[in-house]
Design a protein around this ligand. Sequence first.
Ligand code: GDP
Length: 316
Amino acid sequence: MLDRSAPVFVAGHRGLVGSAVLRRLEADGFGDLRTVGREDLDLRDQSAVDAWFDAERPRYVFLVAGTVGGIHANSTRPAEFLYDNLMIHGTVVQAAHRTCVDKLLYLGSSCIYPRLADQPITEEALLSGPLEPTNEGYALAKIAGIKLCETYRRQYGDDFISAMPTNLYGPGDNFDLEGGHVLPALMRRFHEAKEAGDGTVTVWGTGGARREFLHVDDLADACLFLMDHYSDAGHVNVGTGVDLTIRELAEAVRDLVHPGAELAFDTSKPDGMPRKVLDVSRLADLGWTASTSLADGLAETYAWFLEASARGELRL
Ligand code: GDP
């Protein structure tokens, strides 16, 4: 179990995941949470990261920072996704090692797995085949992050662990229509179509790709669970184990936000991986399973979207 009074660094605290991890740690009684904004610390800069660790001396680190985005952002900005994430993972892991951090959790992504991996995807599928081209840069950086944690554990004995979440959503998501992920993009598109009195909403791709969606509060709960109970080299999948087609997702969002609207499919946009659903038995065997249903999570996220939009606080 982590010591609730020790200093904890949440790297990436303004993002979807980081803000959920902060909420989870606060709720669990952690009293010394350390964060730093991007304007004050460039996580790609090793000497700046070293200076920050020397000054703050965190005992635990949640490494959930990164350059992230949906299929369009990933496929049009592959160099940024590769470079930024490689650097951020390298600097933070190295600084955590040098300052003798007690435990670090590194967050990867289910896109590390081969495009045609057997489904549901087990942890063993890593590096067993070619990656999905639309997010190869991001996936390579994320694989390097896993290997950093593994090798620092093997060579130096550092207690660095890795979790691989499936597609995430929830309060604090990026609702940018071009750069964001499918769920927030569809939610916003249906919402704006309803406001504009428009009866048709466009969905990218064929609608046949299958994805799994995990509420970010469940992910944050799993991260704390792993930090409290898991200390081993192998990365651990985090998901629900349940997937659906993008068409089914679009219908669920439509029924919540703009019932009766028609769907149109823009097949000039890529589907990406044909199917991505994680085998979550390793985490279940450790004692954790997700608890938020997609229906509840969608309703909660839409309520948050409406409030944040009324306050002018949406990331667009
Ligand atoms: P991925 O899991 O890395 O492919 O992440 P995304 O969330 O970006 O895309 C998931 C799937 O949803 C892909 O098959 C997309 O083509 C599809 N999709 C449908 N409409 C949209 C949209 O408006 N935005 C995004 N990002 N994806 C969409």
